[in-house]
Design a protein around this ligand. Structure first.
Ligand code: GTP
Ligand code: MG
Ligand code: ZN
Length: 312
């Protein structure tokens, strides 16, 4: 169905604005069009064909689309179809993500085990490559940072520590972004996601705001998902921060979303196939781990809520 015709223009949805889609045109397609004027940012304001609605095809940021009826002068177009999605995140809503960068600040807002775990678990559940980015490292002494890094290594992560204030770690991160098609920054409000994008693409000057003085939390400055080019054909999504991702998982699968538990289960088997690694006899899980109590509380809550639902 989605056969690409040589005269067809393709692009990627980089933002949704009210009922419009902002579509960035494929570089190659743009070069092959003689009528296309010199578009400084290669972006068109588009609507979609109503047939897509009837087919129940919703379009999200990150979707790769086919365009027709392009009005180059006024920078308008019509989305006629979309390519099949490789993946879809629901919050933040972005299609075709190839890397999730979970951004967590060490201070302002203060690092929190449960909140960080909720973001990481949501990413693990999607089966998409994940990198943990520790932000604002200029706010703590080196020894404290090392202690965070060592803890996170025991969780099974190798965090990238950055500061946009004193430009630490950002080159390394940019290299990673340039090796992947579509990376998404996600994390709590105020951790510095937009500041990082501004640092990588200084001419953007996107809006950021200080965290609230009293609560030391972000104030939800970014309101929409938007994709930005970081070179090498790669895009990075800035997204609105939020504080508490909901965990949606089957109890039997839940342990596999913790790298430090997953590793143990790959090397040894519990006595019972349906072991939930609580107090079952013959359980092989070493429970002397920083995040075990979070695992335990969450799985207890998952099971209790199932009983409650069944009792209703
Ligand atoms: N000290 C320090 N402050 C930073 C750093 N990065 C960002 N900030 C500050 O943190 C505050 C929040 O930054 P934003 O970039 O708006 O945070 P955000 O994650 O985009 O927040 P939302 O859009 O609400 O999700 C701003 O005052 C930034 O100047 C950093 O590396 N060091
Ligand atoms: Mg922001
Ligand atoms: Zn077990």
């Amino acid at each position: 169905m989605n056969q690409y015709k040589s005269n067809q223009v393709r692009g990627i949805v980089v933002a949704l604005k009210a009922n419009f889609f902002i579509v960035e045109i494929n570089n190659k397609d743009l070069q092959s069009i003689s009528r296309a004027p010199d578009l400084t940012n290669k972006r068109l304001l588009c609507t979609r064909r109503s047939k897509l609605d009837y087919q129940g095809l919703f379009i999200d940021v990150g979707d790769r689309v086919f365009l027709e009826s392009i009005d180059w002068k006024n920078k308008r177009g019509l989305i006629s179809n979309l390519e099949p999605r490789q993946s879809l995140l629901s919050r933040p809503a972005v299609a075709n993500v190839t890397l999730i960068a979970v951004c967590i600040s060490v201070q302002e807002p203060l690092f929190d085990i449960e909140q960080t775990s909720r973001f990481l678990i949501t990413a693990e559940d999607k089966n998409i490559n994940t990198v943990l980015v520790l932000t604002k490292i200029d706010l703590i002494p080196k020894e404290k940072l090392n202690s965070y890094i060592n803890r996170l290594k025991l969780w099974g992560y190798n965090p990238i520590a950055i500061s946009v204030k004193d430009m630490q770690g950002t080159d390394l991160l940019l290299n990673i972004f340039r090796q992947t098609k579509l990376s998404v920054l996600c994390g709590p409000s105020g951790v510095g996601k937009t500041s990082l994008i501004n640092h990588l693409i200084p001419k953007l000057a996107l809006r950021t705001s200080s965290v609230s003085k009293k609560l030391k939390r972000g104030i939800n400055t970014t309101r929409h998902v938007e994709l930005f080019s970081v070179g090498n054909g790669s895009l990075v999504a800035d997204t609105p921060g939020f504080n508490r991702p909901e965990i949606v998982s089957e109890p039997l699968n839940f342990a596999f979303l913790f790298p430090e538990l997953r590793k143990q289960l790959m090397h040894a088997k519990c006595k019972f196939r349906n072991c939930l690694h609580r107090d079952e006899p013959g359980c092989v899980i070493n429970k002397n781990l920083e995040r075990y109590s979070f695992y335990r509380e969450t799985i207890d809550e998952m099971i209790n809520s199932r009983f409650r639902d069944q009792g209703d």
